[in-house]
Write a protein that binds this ligand. Structure first.
Ligand code: HEC
Length: 184
């Protein structure tokens, strides 16, 4: 019976993790994907690995209300605004702290796989190329963010399924053995 409890907790933890990952992805697709892609320019800049060029607090302010930041004269915000022809990114004041965290986590899952930004120096990028070669021996290229996300989701789905099956089996065995015991 104690193992049953352990399995249930493990399953719940797995589901919770899979869900928080999904949350960022869903939010991104609903609220940002019309203008942003992960690895390429669309209407706005690509956002994969945003932590390499921006602070989390800056990201939060920009997403909540980019115009406020631009009008306050924030250098980075004005620069990116001008680089994108002064297109106004709509504010998202209804996003909670948690939503921002989920988006941030989603955008920065596989920073080592994302392309090095213009800020990265030559030395840093060659170092990260070496790192990749060590990390992924025999692999032609590192996983893209979508692939990594897909693999992670499949993994958690498998975990959840295994736990489900184990639970059912455990329950069945439990029921059968208590019946046997009470009938004999
Ligand atoms: C209507 C189009 C549009 C939508 C929707 C949109 N953005 Fe943007 N975003 C832009 C544009 C255009 C820029 C370039 C800066 C500017 O013009 O203000 C930008 C810039 C950014 C930047 C700054 C990037 C950098 O390199 O500094 C971040 C971060 C960002 N967006 C995040 C988001 C997130 C997160 C969402 C969803 C919650 C989102 N955006 C939704 C159009 C959009």
């Amino acid at each position: 019976m104690r193992t049953l409890v352990i399995w249930i907790s493990l399953g719940l933890i797995g589901l919770a993790l899979a869900q928080s990952e999904d949350k960022g992805k869903n939010l991104f697709q609903q609220r940002c994907a019309a203008c942003h892609k992960l690895e390429q320019k669309l209407i706005g800049p690509p956002l994969a690995g945003i932590s390499q060029r921006r602070e989390k607090s800056w990201f939060a302010q920009f997403v909540l209300n980019s115009q406020a930041l631009i009008q306050a004269g924030d250098k980075a915000a004005v620069e990116v605004y001008e680089a994108y022809n002064k297109q106004v990114m709509p504010p998202h004041p209804d996003l909670s702290q948690e939503d921002i965290e989920a988006l941030w986590a989603y955008l920065n899952v596989s920073t080592s796989a994302s392309t090095s930004g213009p800020v990265a120096s030559a030395a840093a990028s060659s170092a990260s190329a070496e790192e990749k070669a060590i990390k992924y021996p025999g692999e032609v290229r590192p996983l893209s963010q979508e692939e990594a996300g897909f693999l992670r989701q499949t993994f958690w789905l498998l975990v959840a399924m295994t736990v489900g099956v184990t639970l059912l089996l455990g329950l069945a065995i439990h029921v059968v053995s208590t019946r046997r015991r009470s009938s004999s």
